[in-house]
Design a binder for this molecule. Sequence first.
Ligand SMILES: [Zn+2]
Length: 406
Amino acid sequence: MPSNKSVSDAPISQFTNCWILREHALQREDLWVREGKILDPEKLFFDEQGYADQQVDCEASIIAPGFIDVQINGGYGVDFSQPSEDVTAGVSLVAKKILEHGVTSFCPTLVTSPPAVYHKVLPQIKVHNGGPHGAGVLGFHLEGPFISLEKKGAHPERYLRTFRSGGIEDLMEAYGSLDNVAMVTLAPELPRTQSVVRELCQRGITVSLGHSVANLSQAEDAVQHGASFITHLFNAMLPFHHRDPGIVGLLTSDQIPGGRTVFYGMIADGIHTNPAALRIAHRAHPSGLVLVTDGITAMGLPPGHHTLGQQVIEIQGLHAYVAGTKTLSGSIATMDMCVQHFKQASGCSVEEALEAASLHPAQLLGISHKKGSLDYGADADLVLLDDALNIRATYISGEEVWRKQA
Ligand SMILES: [Zn+2]
């Protein structure tokens, strides 16, 4: 027993027999945790001779920072954008279920909706930490309604909006409030967008470009005003053209203000993005790649037929079809599947695959000092994985919240 626990009397956990992801490499080290944070063992040894209250044998697991999903519309039968449902219960259900896929925090995502939906839903889900009850909520991702008619995808046309008056006033009219909002996806070619981008960024809200027909200079202009993300790269934007590469051109643009990174979301489910396109993006701009599930209501449901809203859908493997057709109804891959697929399809390292689901989304949201890394002082949100990147266990604030049954 140490004679002097000068810093804190809280119990210390020592994760042993593991490879931890730190400074872009898997390192054969123990991980120390106290009061939900990652502890610097050197200070510990100095004060307390390496005493741990609890040891966790990780059985040669990889330990990575918990995954962060910045774009998830629902899952397990829940659609966050459906106002008829009990929103809090729906978010809680999904938050609990995604623990088994290694997700420790997420941005519930709303597709284009009428103002009444935003006004009702946004105040109900506050930003909060995760725990045994489920993954933490980092704030909403509002995808629309300020997007392009031509690239609306599955967003309902009748609710699309433009910036008519001053910009931000239109935004407030639609959303009601920006409390609990982490990110907004908009089309930068809409008139009066640039002042909205600047205003959102000043309020600490991440601006993403998507569902858009913007050319490259419009996209660069938005980035110069503070936009920092591209929503599901390649999907719902102009295809790459060598004389005007559009939003895709941001990956190699020389007009990005110094020191900044433009991040981009990839749905790496093997269906929404061809593996060759995934490789092009990754090789052009590896440090900006953020894996997202873009998960829909059917994510996590078993194969077969399901009634979702007005539609019947049929799940076959990783595909969700409108029943009786070959029309894809959205992504149903979970985050752990996306990490595995990304690694296999891109040929990237284990470290890169894991950082695309943890460090990069944390950097995007400006929270990398506490999430997305195993640096000293960061939140002890962890995933334990085997060599094939299957999830063995998930921890939030140093506490086990899910473990695969043997
Ligand atoms: Zn979308």
